[in-house]
Design a protein around this ligand. Structure first.
Ligand SMILES: Cc1cc2nc3c(=O)[nH]c(=O)nc-3n(C[C@H](O)[C@H](O)[C@H](O)COP(=O)(O)OP(=O)(O)OC[C@H]3O[C@@H](n4cnc5c(N)ncnc54)[C@H](O)[C@@H]3O)c2cc1C
Length: 447
């Protein structure tokens, strides 16, 4: 039975899969999204060339937004410091709120020189090459020698972009810098296949020799590297390729040096030991440092959530109910440490709940699991009358926000498809909000 309107904040995979489940149970859902377009990282993070995957997800999202009991308000960031705060959302009297805003904060290492030109966070960088405004229009220039910190799938995407798909001058060398060793890689073999032709086999073998004593001390057998994590070491490169990919293992950055223009020119790194920690390993810094030459550096070490949203926050995450009696419910309930109680009717799902955790499939699972306690809560709650979508839209307009509806999104999709066809491209995205809004308007007038 319908109990009122549920607000879902964030229209990435988690928000939209939660929306689908809640709307399919018969409730009205209003989705508020920071970006004009829905999709989150499926639209603006997943590698641009993964056309098939992106198209499949867009289709599912369009179907969810097309449900008659779902409303979409894009171009509406929710923030304690912005035009629309949590308190204002509450005044519209939703029956429940589901936060699916992803992990929008940046994890920093706090290195001296971190603010230098040419030093980027992976999230900003992938937003840039996936053309999310305003990142699409910012300077993310790279030079001849690029260091990527971290060795997960995001590193692979960024190396792929730099070495293969980036327009203009590509780097001569991309070096992956990782605090642990070759057995602790986090990327998937299938993903690395996209860049294996750039892997400098001889340099990687030399690197393994360089660190062998340190990983042997941790009971790891260097001869097992090809069979366990780097099968490409036993495969020849198919032909000469431009752009080398190298690894610097058991190494952590500690300081960034800048040139006269304020751009990174050198990175001071420290050598690490590998130590056992239960059934895993950890890096332990030595006092041995080296300076390496780089003109660009990208942190790909995962993200944290954005504290400015206004939910109770601690150590990079939003707080959830610590009660262990019903973890399937508690893990999704927002918890207020000041009152020692859950924030009634407030839930968190996806990367907003566990930053940088897993692929779209995992975000979907988490959203659907998280929708269960929402539905249970609604079943027991007294019916509530929320502001109507029309009232909400009017109020947002009054605040100066240019709200984008699901009908507008359909117009935008049509405009982008027409442009792509006209230019004979597999896909095209407008890279500023102004262009998107103008294209919608033009389509509306033509309709
Ligand atoms: C570089 C990269 C590549 C990836 N490649 C793959 C891949 O190939 N395959 C795969 O399966 N998975 C991939 N993933 C993982 C996948 O993108 C995530 O699992 C998934 O997007 C997480 O979904 P989410 O909805 O929790 O967060 P997000 O996708 O981040 O969505 C968050 C949404 O919330 C909105 N939002 C943010 N802040 C606010 C706010 N304050 N107010 C209102 N709205 C807000 C955003 O606009 C966005 O729409 C990749 C991730 C990254 C970073």
């Amino acid at each position: 039975m319908e109990r009122g309107t549920v607000f879902v904040i964030g229209a990435g995979p988690a928000g939209l899969f939660a929306t689908r489940k809640i709307a399919a149970a018969g409730h009205r859902v209003v989705v508020f999204n920071r970006d004009i377009k829905p999709g989150g990282l499926a639209e603006y993070g997943i590698y641009p060339q993964k056309f098939h995957m992106k198209a499949g997800l867009r289709k599912q999202f369009a179907k969810t937004l097309g449900m008659p009991n779902v409303q979409y308000f894009g171009n509406v960031p929710v923030s304690s410091a912005g035009a629309l705060s949590l308190g204002e959302l509450r005044q519209w009297n939703p029956a429940a709120m589901v936060f699916a805003v992803g992990a929008q904060g940046t994890k920093k290492l706090g290195l001296p020189g971190e603010e230098a030109k040419g030093v980027y966070s992976a999230k900003d960088y992938v937003y840039y090459y996936n053309q999310l405004p305003p990142f699409a229009s910012r300077d993310f220039s790279s030079g001849r020698r690029v260091a990527i910190i971290g060795m997960g799938n995001v590193m692979v995407d960024i190396a792929r972009w730099l070495l293969q798909d980036m327009p203009g001058q590509k780097p001569e060398e991309v070096t992956v810098i990782a605090r642990r060793g070759p057995f602790e890689v986090k990327f998937d073999e299938k993903e690395f296949d996209h860049i294996e032709m750039h892997l400098d086999r001889a340099t990687l073998r030399a690197e393994l020799d360089r660190i062998e004593a340190r990983i042997r001390a941790c009971d790891q057998d260097i001869t097992k590297v090809p069979e366990s994590t780097f099968p490409w070491l036993n495969k020849p490169v198919s032909g000469p390729v431009q752009g080398r990919l190298s690894f610097r293992l058991l190494t952590s950055p500690i300081a960034i040096k800048v040139d006269a223009q304020g751009r990174i020119c050198r990175l001071t790194v420290v050598e690490n030991l590998l130590v056992r920690k239960g059934d895993t390993t950890a890096a332990k810094a030595t006092d041995q440092t080296t300076d390496l030459e780089y003109d660009t550096m990208i942190f790909a070490i995962g993200d944290v959530v954005d504290p400015a949203l206004g939910l109770p926050y601690e150590k990079g995450g939003y707080l959830t109910n610590p009660d262990t009696t019903d973890p399937g419910r508690a893990a999704y309930e927002v918890f207020d440490p000041q009152t020692g109680k859950v924030l009634e009717g407030c839930y968190v799902v996806g990367w907003a709940r566990k930053a940088s955790e897993g692929l779209v499939g995992k975000a979907k699972y988490d959203a659907e699991q998280g929708a269960n306690p929402v539905l249970q809560y609604l079943a027991g709650a007294a019916p509530r009358t929320a502001a109507t979508p029309e009232e909400i839209r009017r109020e947002l307009k009054r605040k100066g926000l240019r709200v984008v509806t699901k009908e507008d999104v359909n117009l935008l999709v049509r405009a982008e498809e027409a442009q792509a066809k006209a230019r004979n491209l597999p896909a095209l995205k407008f890279s500023t909000n102004e262009e998107m809004l103008a294209a919608m308007e033009k389509e509306r007038q033509a309709a």
